[in-house]
Structures are given as structure tokens and as C-alpha cells.
Design a protein around this ligand. Sequence first.
Ligand code: FES
Length: 116
Amino acid sequence: MPQVVFLPYDLRLEVPRGTSLLAAADEAAEMVDDDFFVGELCEGRHECGNCCVQIVEGADALSPVTESERKLLTELGRGPDTRTACTARVCGDVTVRIPNPVKHAERGRAQMQAHP
Ligand code: FES
């Protein structure tokens, strides 16, 4: 099975091919008791951008960028090393960086800052 490495934790997780980065990140977040994505997620409709991750290695081991994902990333001004975790599917080994993980205890405060 492909391996996903989550930075900054250096968490290594094997997932079935075709797993979304979001599902893998949810599983990894449980291992460290942190929230990787703060704020409401749009469940893959490319409306929120809250699931963006930086691809450090293995961009070619992810499913191709979709048209609506590309449109959202462009609107957000994100570089080519960014993917939406809800859309990117794991096809091989990949290393991603979670931008702003927070402890569960800090989640409420972080959400208030994200959505005043
Ligand atoms: S969950 Fe909203 S863009 Fe991924």
C-alpha cells in the first residue's frame, strides 16, 4: 500500500490506493490528537479551501488536479505545490505538510479567529 507522510509530525501512514488525502489526514490526526483542518469543510465541492495541503514529495503519486480544484487554488492564490486534500487521491508514496495543525483544545479559539 502507498505510504503518506504527514509533516510537521513525520507521521507515516499506509493507506489503500485511491484514498483521499483528507481521509488519510483524518486518520493521522487521530494519532496525534490534533485537528489538521480548522474551519468548516465543504465536503469536496471546492468552495472552502480549508483542506489545502502542501505537497513536499510525490506530487506525481497523486490523482491529477481537477478543473474545479485548479479554479479554487487559483482563486486562493496557492502555488503549484498545493492540493486540496478532499480531491487528491493517493496512488503512490507522498509527503505532505499540514499548514496549521492545532490541538483539539485550541480548536474553538482557532475557529473563532478563522470565522469572526
Ligand atoms: S473540503 Fe472544501 S475544498 Fe476541500
